[in-house]
Design a protein around this ligand. Structure first.
Ligand code: GDP
Length: 457
C-alpha cells in the first residue's frame, strides 16, 4: 500500500446544488484538512466518522459550514487516507475550499486519479477500475447491469486464475529450453492442451458478448430511411415524443441529418433521420441521398419507412430489394395505416412476401414498431441474462489476441512444435491476459485509460 501525495477534486457534478462533495486523498489528507477546519481534531478521529464544523480562510474568515467524513488508510476507496468535505453546492465556496487546500500543498487531481490510485493500491483490477467509469456513465438498465457485473470482478477473476495456471506451464516449457538437446518434457503436454482448451472456452463467450456489449454501451445505430413524405420526421417525433425534426408537407425538406437517442426496454437506440432513398433531383438532395447510403453503412439496424397510401407495389419491391442487398438487418414499416384499409395492407404484404409492420406515425400508433425494435436486439442472450458482457474495445482486443495466440500454440502442440515456439505463443497470450486485467501495465496505458475518466473520479 502506498500513500501518494495528497490530491483533491470536486467529487459531485459541477454547478449549483444543495450539497457538493470535495474529496481529498493521499498522505496527510486528514492533517491538512484539519488545518482549515474548526471543530473536533480530525487527526484524532476514527475511520468512517463524520464531523460537523466550519472551514476558514487563512485570515480566519468563515468559508462555509461543512460536514467532514474521515476514512483512514487502508479502509477507503483509494486505500489512502481520505477526507470527504460536504459543503454547500456553490461554485464560489467550492473554489475557495479547493484554493485553501492547494495553498496547504494539496494538488488538484487529474481525471480518474482517485480510481487510478485505487487500482495501484490493489483495490481492484483494471477491468473493475474501468467498470467504475462505466457505472457512473450508465444511463440504462442494461448498461448499469453490465457495469455492475464487471465491477464485482466479472470475468477478470476467472481469467486471472487461468492465467496463473498458464504461467506455471510456461515456466516448465521454458525450463525444457535450458536442457536444449536432451529432449526432456517437464510440461505435461496433455494437461497443457486441456488448460489451453479451458482458456479458450472461457474466452469465447466473452468475445462473443462484445457485439451485445457494444449495443448496451453505445446503443444500436438505427437509421430511418424512406422517400420524402413517407413520414420519417413524424415518426422520429412520435418516437422521441418531442418536436426535434422539421416536419413539412413539402417533399424533401428533411435535409439535415438528425441524430437522437431513444430507450426502449432499457436498450438504447441511436436514431438517424436522413433525406431519403430516392434518386437525387437536386444538389441538396444529392448530398442527402449520399448521406443515406453512408448512414446505412454505419447503421446496425435499418428502418425502411414508406407511405402505405402512396407507394406503388413495384416501387416497394424495388426498395426492399435495394435494402436487403445492403445486407443490413432491417424492418419494413408501412406508414399512414389510418389512410388505407386492410385489403390494401394485405395486397402490399403479398407483393413483398414478408412481414410489414403497419403504423400511423401521425396518430402515435407505433407500439408494434417499438416492440419489433427491442425484439431485434433482445434476441441476444447476453442482454437478457446479465452475464458478464464485454463492453470495452480494449478488453475485446486483448481477449481476441489471447485467443489467437492460444489457437496458434494449440496448433503447434498438435504439429509437435519445439518448446521455444510453444513458449513464444504462450508468452504472447500471457502478455495480453496480463494487460487486460492490469497485472502487466505500463504508465502509458494507465494514463490513457484513466484520462478518459472525469475529474473527481
Ligand atoms: P418525411 O419527409 O419522410 O420526413 O415526412 P414527414 O414526417 O414530413 O411527413 C410528411 C407528411 O405526411 C406530413 O404532412 C405528415 O403530417 C404526414 N404524415 C406522417 N405520418 C402520417 C400518418 O401516419 N398518417 C397520415 N395521415 N399522415 C401522416
Amino acid at each position: 500500500m502506498i500513500q501518494y501525495e495528497p490530491i483533491a477534486a470536486l467529487a459531485t457534478a459541477p454547478g449549483i446544488g444543495a450539497i457538493a462533495v470535495i474529496r481529498v486523498s493521499g498522505e496527510g489528507a486528514i492533517s491538512i484538512t484539519n488545518r482549515l477546519f474548526r471543530g473536533k481534531d480530525l487527526t484524532q478521529q476514527p475511520s468512517h466518522t463524520a464531523h460537523f464544523g466550519t472551514l476558514r480562510t487563512a485570515s480566519d474568515t468563515l468559508i462555509d459550514e461543512v460536514l467532514v467524513t474521515v476514512f483512514r488508510a487502508p479502509k477507503s476507496f483509494t486505500k489512502e487516507d481520505v477526507v470527504e468535505i460536504s459543503c454547500h453546492g456553490s461554485e464560489f465556496i467550492i473554489q475557495q475550499i479547493l484554493r485553501r487546500l492547494t495553498d496547504e500543498g494539496v494538488r488538484l487531481a487529474r481525471p480518474g486519479e482517485f480510481t487510478q490510485r485505487a487500482f495501484l493500491n490493489g483495490q481492484f483490477d483494471l477491468v473493475q477500475a474501468e467498470a467504475v467509469a462505466d457505472l457512473i456513465a450508465a444511463d440504462s438498465d442494461a448498461s448499469h447491469r453490465a457495469a455492475l457485473t464487471q465491477l464485482r470482478g466479472g470475468f477478470s477473476k476467472q481469467l486471472n486464475v487461468l492465467r496463473q495456471q498458464l504461467i506455471d506451464f510456461v515456466a516448465l516449457v521454458e525450463l525444457e529450453l535450458d536442457f536444449g538437446e536432451e529432449d526432456v518434457e517437464f510440461a505435461h503436454r496433455e494437461q497443457l492442451r486441456q488448460l489451453m482448451l479451458d482458456i479458450r472456452r472461457a474466452l469465447h463467450p466473452l468475445i462473443d458478448s462484445f457485439s451485445a456489449g457494444n449495443v448496451i454501451k453505445n446503443g444500436v445505430a438505427t437509421v430511418i430511411v424512406g422517400k420524402p413524405n413517407a413520414g420519417k420526421s413524424t415518426l422520429l417525433n412520435a418516437l422521441l415524443n418531442e418536436e426535434k425534426a422539421i416536419v413539412s408537407d413539402i417533399p424533401g425538406t428533411t435535409r439535415d441529418v438528425i441524430e437522437d437517442e431513444l430507450f426502449i426496454d432499457g436498450i438504447r437506440f441511436r436514431l438517424i433521420d436522413t433525406a431519403g432513398l430516392r434518386q437525387a433531383t437536386d444538389q441538396i438532395e444529392a448530398i442527402g441521398v449520399e448521406r443515406t447510403r453512408q448512414q446505412m453503412e454505419k447503421a446496425a439496424l435499418v428502418v425502411y419507412l414508406f407511405d402505405g397510401a402512396a407507394i406503388l407495389p413495384d416501387e416497394l419491391q424495388q426498395a426492399v430489394d435495394e435494402i436487403s442487398a445492403s445486407g443490413k438487418p432491417y424492418l419494413l414499416v408501412g406508414n399512414k395505416s389510418d389512410l388505407i384499409d386492410a385489403q390494401r395492407q394485405q395486397q402490399l404484404n403479398v407483393v413483398v412476401n414478408e412481414a410489414i409492420l403497419w403504423i400511423s406515425a401521425k396518430n402515435q400508433r407505433i407500439d408494434d414498431l417499438k416492440l419489433a425494435l427491442s425484439a431485434r436486439v433482445r434476441t441476444d442472450a447476453a442482454v437478457q441474462t446479465g452475464s458478464a458482457v464485454v463492453t470495452n474495445a480494449r478488453h475485446y482486443e486483448h481477449l481476441t489476441a489471447t485467443d489467437d495466440a492460444i489457437a496458434r500454440a494449440l496448433a503447434g502442440l498438435d504439429a509437435g512444435t519445439t518448446p521455444d515456439w510453444l513458449a513464444m505463443d504462450l508468452r504472447v497470450a500471457l502478455q495480453h491476459l496480463g494487460e487486460l486485467t492490469g497485472t502487466i501495465i505500463t504508465d502509458d496505458i494507465l494514463d490513457s485509460i484513466f484520462s478518459k475518466f472525469c475529474i473527481g473520479k
